[in-house]
Design a protein around this ligand. Structure first.
Ligand code: 26V
Length: 812
């Protein structure tokens, strides 16, 4: 374990500061001070990083490569200090210089290279792999612009670009010597050489993929793994000005820009697939660079030949976005290394494993054949051959069943279906929560499941408790240590011991105090950043996540609108004062989601400015939701809203973060909510809404009518009318999209159907909250049972159940 005493740290820090900034510490700005601290921390890490790599090369342990289009890391400094085990020393040392560590940490830009759940999961997994001594590395894209920044202007979302690299990024190291060449376009000709087919690729465009490495620090174990992000550059970056005419010069610049465009921007959609060629380019770009660098490294240091690749290396693809890893590995093994098809296929399909993260049909990737073939001619040939052989296999098994075969085919109707390719080319397919995996097996992917049942398995998601508990909620962490000891940090399921204290009055009081202190901090943040005063003694009712129809922010909003009507009718209505907190970004092209944000803001504006009710209820739509904001909001939540239409949320991960921080959950039986319920028991969670069966019946048999719901129920009628009658905004048309989706288009997410059951559940919340002891005991039980949702548990399951890697808990 890394060790440093306070005095040495102070000396190192001062030296670092002077070396970096050429002035004395007391002359520096706060940002200078942050830079010096981050840079010093990185220096401490670098030696361990080198040693870790040396060790991996020496021992030849199996290496895991986690391929993902997104890694939503957030800030890195605080996490690095925790995992190095020097946060306390650092805090004390800095305070000797009159510097506050927390305020320096806040100066760091979030590294926001992801949309939401899928990207954050990848980041949690990296943290867990390093902390569990698993040689596991990330591979992705170094987007110049991360996920957009959200502003709310006149109640509307406005997107601005996230140029997160404007200040030097101390966490990355550019490795120009490890660059790879990636080829697009051109023609492939086939040559028969002594009975062997050779593929000659000519006329292509070659692009340089340059890696930037980011250290991934394990928790107090001196392991530092690598996240490698690729950036696109022209192969030849210099041109001779004198020999260029003006036109050539401009063309050359345009060319440079067109290449750099590949790693320029993260696509801000996470639910609607669009066949954009740039996205396909991004996918092949990082996958090809990543696979080439793995092979190059394996050939230089690996023990054994490429024949043993599947024993020495596991490549995991995070959703279908990196699926081209399959044909790319085939290409390298056959065209560059001389393996025949069968051997290459054995190696490839035993090396690659795949996770599915969504069943929303509209998010499934399928690329037009024409586009695919033109951009990646050799890769397309390989995909065609994979498909030909697969269909042959199907044909042998399902003789004459053309429908089934065309349903399962990888290429059909002019498209390449990436999920099919991912399933066929990998040895393991997993879903991210029990229900989700069952739905994949029995419905969405049932043909593939029955064809090959052993390939399918479940790995319920998790979150790293090092960021989401220790980092975000130090007070609760200290209290847990005081009560049950520190063992839970390395063995998160040991948190169960805390359940024994759930009825203890002094424990309940402390939990309340800790929550209150987090709520005060959030209230202050809200006041400073959004100018709204909220009461920390009110119940903080929180829904923070991407804005999407299936997540049903509308249900929450309608419920508030209903409550407001009831309060107008009866100002003495006896309710627990609440602060409703929303946050989340809508995809820029997702009109309905953006309209939902407008509605929430309009409702907030009206209610917050109505003195008759604003002592009892307040609404805040917090701007620019991101990892660092989540770290402030989640520890302050009393109630966690997990209210998606049953069957639609694959897992959810904020649900786990909230429970770990002692919030009570109100939820549908969807995704991992079911497993949370199983852990805490029915009496410690509030469940409502349609069951899986009921939802599926509606989808299969129909029978849901929004109009009937409205006509048969005056409260539903009132709240839906209030969307379009000018009650919240003079412009009656303003929220038309929300209304039409709910009513005219007969809302496929059944908001109105779940409305009353949700209201009842919320009444139950009120009653429970009034009973101090009961509520606090629920919080305690939730914390106690959250350990199983640490991503350490998830990663152990991946390591033993899929990757066959790692010496788990070796040093524990
Ligand atoms: C899909 C697409 C579709 C095409 C446009 C770009 C794009 C980018 C990302 C995605 C993946 C969306 C899937 C996703 O984020 N799923 C979430 O994964 C979480 C981690 O497993 C899980 O907790 C959430 O329930 C699930 O919605």
């Amino acid at each position: 374990m890394f060790n440093i005493d306070k005095e040495t740290f102070k000396k190192d820090y001062e030296e670092k500061f002077i070396e970096m900034h050429g002035k004395d510490l007391h002359e520096g700005t706060d940002y200078n001070k942050y830079e010096a601290l981050a840079s010093l921390t990185r220096d401490y890490v670098v030696k361990m990083w080198i040693n870790t790599n040396k060790k991996y090369n020496f021992t030849g342990e199996k290496q895991v490569y986690y391929f993902s289009m997104e890694f939503l890391l957030g800030r890195l400094l605080g996490n690095a200090l925790i995992n190095l085990g020097i946060k306390d020393i650092c805090r004390e040392a800095l305070s000797d210089f009159n510097i506050n560590l927390d305020s320096l940490e806040e100066l760091e830009e979030d590294q926001g290279l992801g949309n939401g759940g899928l990207g954050r999961l990848a980041a949690c997994f990296l943290d867990s792999m390093a902390s569990l001594n698993i040689p596991g590395h990330g591979c992705g894209i170094r987007y110049k612009y991360g996920f957009f920044q959200q502003k709310i202007v006149n109640g509307k979302q406005i997107e601005t670009s996230d140029y997160w690299l404007k200040n030097a990024n101390v966490w990355e190291i550019k490795k120009s010597d490890k660059a790879q060449v990636v080829r697009f376009g051109g023609e492939v000709t086939t040559i028969n050489e002594d009975g062997h087919l050779r593929f000659n690729h000519t006329g292509y465009e070659a692009i340089l993929a340059v890696p930037y490495d980011i250290p991934v620090i394990g928790y107090e174990n001196e392991v530092v793994n690598t996240l490698r992000l690729w950036s696109a550059e022209p192969l030849y970056d210099e041109f001779d000005f004198s020999s260029f005419s003006r036109g050539d010069y401009l063309k050359a610049i345009e060319y440079k820009n067109s290449i750099e465009a590949i790693s320029q921007v993260l696509y801000p959609d996470d639910s609607f697939y669009e066949g954009k060629i740039l996205r396909l380019k991004q996918q092949y770009f990082f996958v090809s660079a990543g696979i080439q660098s793995i092979i190059r490294h394996f050939k230089a240091y690996g023990k054994g030949t490429l024949k043993d690749l599947d024993e020495k290396i596991a490549i995991h693809i995070n959703d279908t976005h990196p699926t081209l890893a399959i044909p790319e590995l085939m290409r390298i093994l056959m065209d560059e290394e001389g393996y025949g098809w069968n051997e290459a296929w054995r190696i490839t399909s035993n090396t690659i494993s795949y996770t599915n993260h969504t069943i929303l049909a509209e998010a499934l990737e399928k690329w037009p054949v024409e586009m695919f073939e033109k951009l990646l001619p050799r890769i397309y040939m390989i995909v065609e051959e994979i498909n030909r052989r697969f269909c042959q296999e199907l044909w042998n098994k399902y003789i004459g069943q053309w429908d089934k075969i065309s349903k399962m085919s990888i290429i059909a109707d002019g498209y390449v279906r990436m999920a099919h390719l991912a399933i066929v080319g990998s040895y393991s397919v997993n879903g991210v929560a029990k229900l989700h995996t069952e739905i994949l097996k029995k419905q969405e992917m049932s043909d593939f499941y029955y064809f090959n049942p052993t390939k399918f398995n479940n790995k319920t998601n998790g979150i790293t408790h090092r960021r989401w508990l220790m980092g975000a909620n130090p007070e609760l962490t200290d209290f847990l240590k005081e009560t049950i000891g520190s063992g839970f940090i390395k063995h998160p399921t040991d948190m169960e011991a805390f359940a024994a204290y759930a009825m203890d009055k002094s424990v309940q009081e402390r939990l309340h105090q800790i929550k209150l202190s987090n709520k005060k901090k959030l209230a202050e943040y809200i006041k400073i950043n959004q100018g709204i005063s909220v009461n920390p003694d009110s119940l903080f009712d929180v829904q923070v996540k991407r804005i999407h129809a299936y997540k049903r922010q509308t249900l929450n909003c309608l419920r508030i609108m209903d409550l407001y009507r009831r309060l107008i009718e009866n100002p003495n209505l006896d309710i627990v004062p609440r602060t409703f907190i929303f946050a989340g970004k809508a995809a820029p092209g997702y009109y309905l989601a953006k309209n939902t944000i407008e509605l929430i803001n309009a409702v907030a504006n009206k209610i917050n400015n109505d003195p008759k009710v604003n002592e009892k209820i307040k609404i805040v739509f917090m701007h620019n939701y991101r990892v660092s904001l989540a770290e402030t909001i989640i520890p302050a939540a009393d109630l966690s809203e997990q209210i998606s239409t049953t069957t639609k949320e694959a897992s959810g991960t904020s649900n786990m973060k909230f429970m770990m921080n002692g919030a009570v959950t109100i939820a549908t039986l969807d995704g991992a909510n079911i497993e949370i319920r199983d852990e805490v028991g029915d009496e410690n969670i509030i469940i409502f809404g349609l069951t899986e069966r009921e939802v599926l019946d509606y989808y299969q048999k129909g029978g849901y009518s929004a109009t009937d719901m409205i006509n048969g129920d005056y409260r539903i009628k009132q709240v839906t009318d209030d969307i379009v009658n000018g009650f919240y905004c003079g412009d009656k048309e303003r929220f038309r999209a929300v209304y039409e989706h709910l009513v005219t288009y007969n809302d496929e997410f059944f908001v109105l159907k779940d409305f009353h059951s949700y209201l009842k559940a919320q009444d139950k919340v009120d009653n429970l909250y009034r009973d101090f002891s009961k509520w606090q005991s629920m919080c305690a039980v939730n914390i106690a049972h959250s350990g199983i949702f640490s991503s350490d548990r998830t990663i152990q399951e991946y390591a033993t159940g899929i990757w066959g890697s790692g010496f788990l808990y070796k040093n524990l």
